[in-house]
Design a protein around this ligand. Structure first.
Ligand SMILES: NC(=O)c1ccc[n+]([C@@H]2O[C@H](COP(=O)([O-])OP(=O)(O)OC[C@H]3O[C@@H](n4cnc5c(N)ncnc54)[C@H](OP(=O)(O)O)[C@@H]3O)[C@@H](O)[C@H]2O)c1
Length: 308
């Protein structure tokens, strides 16, 4: 398993992350098996959010950690807060909500400290000073070690940085071979076509320039949770290329799709969301090889994209 460094420190995080968004119907024993399989494959990073399964994902992992406290030290446990699902869904980066969320997360997980906390989806009403106070308190009390964001564009991060003193080390962003809006517009900067009109946010380049880790989510999905593109007849050409490269690298088409995400030259992690141990092992193969530049572009084009 390849690893990346966080904040250029000696903290080694696995290039593959196990996301636990979909585990709410699993038993603690099944989740323990997922965690053990991931750790055995070299995956040490685990992603959660306070809203996953309405808190159930954290509760189940908490039961696992209660029964198996020996696992805690081998795991980098990350969670996210800032989305509120009530009569309708909205975003809340108030100091009170952040602090309350983290207390809930730690209680459900039966742990004293989160390795990293991300702000889940940008709150247009965010007050950087308030967020800074919340982060300072979480750092001082030892409840959170590292901080980051998710689905934030560069200016949002710059705004946060006007008050937040801790490094914002991570940005979690949607990216897969069949979900590339940021690249699509980026390739067409300064062109006449419609793709050029909205313009890229530059978030991928910003992360590289600022040494932020990009954690790609839904690496096998197309659209917004519209399903898996691997083996999906809707993506015939893409699957032909994935299958051919899978044969070439002696791996699975899913591993090729994950390797495509990891080929982006930032400090990349790919978050997988499988609930099946066997698929964790397949995903882990994605770090055994590196796609060439030509193969990366071939996959991009086979997904139905155009280049100038
Ligand atoms: N920051 C954010 O806004 C955000 C948003 C969404 C997700 N996330 C994070 O990203 C993680 C991963 O997201 P995700 O679950 O959407 O990622 P994903 O790995 O792209 O999708 C996982 C889903 O695909 C299925 N699957 C995997 N391989 C398959 C295959 N070869 N054939 C058919 N089905 C297959 C899985 O089913 P099986 O379980 O049966 O394998 C599971 O239902 C989440 O757990 C969460 O931690 C973050």
């Amino acid at each position: 398993m390849k690893t990346i460094e966080l904040n250029s420190e000696n903290t080694k995080l696995s290039s593959i992350v196990l996301g636990l968004m979909r585990i709410k119907s699993l038993s603690p024993r099944e989740v323990e098996e997922l965690v053990e399989t991931a750790l055995a494959a070299g995956i040490n990073t685990f992603d959660l959010a306070d809203i996953y399964g309405g808190g159930r994902s954290e509760e189940i992992l908490g039961q696992v950690l209660k029964n198996r406290p020996d696992l805690r030290d081998q795991m980098w446990i990350q969670s996210k807060c800032g989305i509120r699902i009530e009569e309708f869904t909205y975003f809340d980066f108030s100091k009170e909500h952040i602090l309350k969320s983290v207390d809930g997360i730690l209680k459900r997980l039966h742990i004293q400290q989160l390795d990293s906390l991300l702000l889940h989806r940008p709150d247009a009403l965010m007050e950087p000073e308030e967020i800074a106070q919340a982060f300072d308190s979480l750092e001082e009390t030892g409840k959170v070690r590292h901080f980051g964001v998710s689905n934030h564009n560069p200016m949002m991060i710059e705004l946060l940085k006007t008050a937040v003193s801790q490094p914002l080390a991570i940005n979690q962003l949607q990216l897969s071979a069949a979900f590339t809006p940021e690249f699509d517009t980026g390739f067409h900067v300064n062109m006449e076509e419609s793709l050029a009109s909205s313009g890229p946010t530059g978030i991928f380049e910003y992360a590289r320039a600022k040494d932020m880790v990009i954690q790609a989510w839904s690496v096998l999905q197309h659209g917004y949770f519209q399903g898996v593109f691997v083996g999906n007849p809707q993506f015939e050409k893409l699957n032909q290329v994935l299958n051919r490269l899978a044969k070439h690298y002696q791996t699975t088409p899913s591993a090729i799709a994950i390797a495509w995400v990891l080929r982006y030259p930032a400090n990349m992690q790919a978050i997988i969301g499988t609930t099946q141990p066997q698929r964790i092992l397949e995903a882990a193969q994605a770090t055994n090889f590196t796609l060439s530049r030509k193969e990366w572009y071939e996959i991009y084009l086979a997904a139905g994209n155009k280049l100038p």
